[in-house]
Design a protein around this ligand. Structure first.
Ligand SMILES: Cc1cc2nc3c(=O)[nH]c(=O)nc-3n(C[C@H](O)[C@H](O)[C@H](O)COP(=O)(O)OP(=O)(O)OC[C@H]3O[C@@H](n4cnc5c(N)ncnc54)[C@H](O)[C@@H]3O)c2cc1C
Length: 415
């Protein structure tokens, strides 16, 4: 018996309990409910509104949304389409990826606030009677019986809650409570960088999205319509040194790297508006235990390099629903089914993390260590000159390795 049950917790029964309403959890909740599986998503926050989360919807996710018949409606929500990825190395603009070769309608990255995407998925999922979303439900522990996970304990505004389920799926992100409580072994791959995030207003005539690389300085500039979302990449552990130098010095760093924003850096009024993302790359050795599975960042925290975390989380959810909807519905779920999910998704995850580590070590780190003006090396110049070669990074970032397609069905009403 869980401590909460002993204390008189309410109990709720479901078939699949999804912990975390991020991209992995909401997509999995949607797909399972669509297939007629009873699913309850527990999200600790009251809503999806959180600043500086990943806000990129890549072509692979657009493809999934199209397969679900949701793409047209999704793209009615405000978004900025990014057709190519560009970096300025010193004064030289370099195109590193061009999505133009992809099928029309999915040949771009949609910059859309993550809360809009999640809110859209929640609204679409609520059409299915098997979908239940409980917000302000903070999962605190696992309920286990005879070595098998049979549910979770949570705190809610109405008091403690036990949710019992055939399967618990940890979609609770890089600081996953589920994976910690399940004592799954985490392999730390390490990341040599951290990132400060901030926003500064955007005006007509400003440049569009891109990277800005100079001696010792690496900024990503994301056009969000009426403002820029800025990522300032720093060597790991340098945040305290940067903060200790003071806000005026930080504003000057931004002004020097991005002269078109120099007159607006005083919009950064305090460190409250400059958020630190501690970058991590890690992965679970085993993603599952009897009655429990982890996917998305809970199974493999991704670096922001390439901005692929959301899309990998969505791809995990699609594969999980493809493999598990039937055993869940028929009540025949085995550990071998959970192993199939890891087998399916481990390879794409490992290749993507490898690419992120290579980019961090061979490109980002040398830039941060540099003191002299930078010029594009021959690889960069080669990519810049060849639209054909630009397809390769575009495919890796936009589509990824082993893209998933929706095979889980839509149940007939009442099915
Ligand atoms: C600052 C920042 C910028 C990023 N930029 C990008 C980008 O541009 N593009 C990109 O693709 N990726 C980006 N990423 C990575 C991306 O956000 C993640 O890889 C992706 O969100 C992972 O999705 P997920 O659903 O697995 O986990 P998350 O998005 O982390 O969602 C986990 C959810 O679980 C909830 N939760 C956590 N603990 C509990 C609990 N105990 N009980 C109940 N609920 C819980 C959380 O509130 C959250 O809603 C960025 C990450 C950060 C932090």
């Amino acid at each position: 018996m869980s401590a909460a049950a002993a204390a008189g917790a309410r109990t709720l029964a479901t078939t699949c309990c999804v912990v975390g309403g991020g991209p992995a959890g909401m997509m999995l909740g949607y797909l399972l409910a669509r297939a007629g599986v009873n699913v309850t998503v527990l999200e600790k926050h009251a809503d999806f509104l959180r600043d500086f989360r990943g806000d990129t919807i890549h072509p692979s996710t657009l493809q999934v949304m199209q397969e679900l018949g949701l793409l047209e409606a999704l793209l009615k929500r405000p978004h900025n389409p990014v057709k190519r990825l560009q970096v300025d190395i010193g004064d030289t603009p370099i195109t590193i990826a061009n999505f133009g070769f992809l099928p029309p309608g999915r040949d771009f990255i949609a910059m859309m606030p993550q809360w809009d995407f999640l809110d859209f998925l929640a609204a679409a999922a609520r059409r299915y009677p098997h979908f239940h979303l409980l917000t302000q439900a903070n999962v605190t522990g696992l309920i286990e019986e005879r070595g098998r996970v049979v549910g979770v304990t949570a705190t809610t505004p109405d008091g403690p809650l036990d949710v019992r389920a055939r399967l618990v799926v940890g979609c609770d992100g890089r600081r996953s409570t589920v994976r910690e409580k399940a004592a799954l072994t985490v392999e730390d791959i390490g990341a040599p960088i951290d990132v400060f995030w901030m926003r500064i207003s955007r005006r007509p005539g400003d440049p569009t999205s891109g990277g800005r690389i100079g001696p010792g300085s690496f900024f990503a500039v994301l056009d969000r319509g009426d403002y820029f979302q800025l990522a300032y990449v720093i060597p790991k552990g340098d945040a305290e040194r940067v903060r200790a130098a003071g806000l005026p010095a930080f504003q000057q760093t931004v002004a020097k790297a991005l002269p078109f924003l120099a007159a607006r850096v005083d919009e950064l009024k305090s460190w409250d508006g400059v958020k630190l993302l501690t970058v991590a790359i890690d992965r679970l050795r085993k993603w599952y235990r009897p009655g429990l599975l982890c996917i998305g960042d809970a199974a493999h925290a991704m670096s922001p390099v390439g901005g692929v975390g959301i899309n990998l989380a969505v791809q995990d959810a699609v594969a999980t629903a493809n493999i598990l909807w039937k055993p869940l519905k028929d009540g025949r779920l085995t550990e071998a089914d959970l192993a199939r999910v890891q087998k399916r998704r481990e390879f794409p995850m490992k290749v993507t993390q490898r690419f992120q580590v290579l980019a961090q070590n061979n490109f980002v780190r040398p830039v941060l260590a540099s003191t002299k003006p930078l010029k594009p090396n021959w690889v960069m110049r080669f990519i810049n000159r060849s639209p054909l070669v630009q397809q390769l990074p575009a495919r890796l970032v936009g589509v990824g390795v082993r893209p998933e397609h929706v095979h889980s069905p839509e149940a007939s009403p009442g099915g």
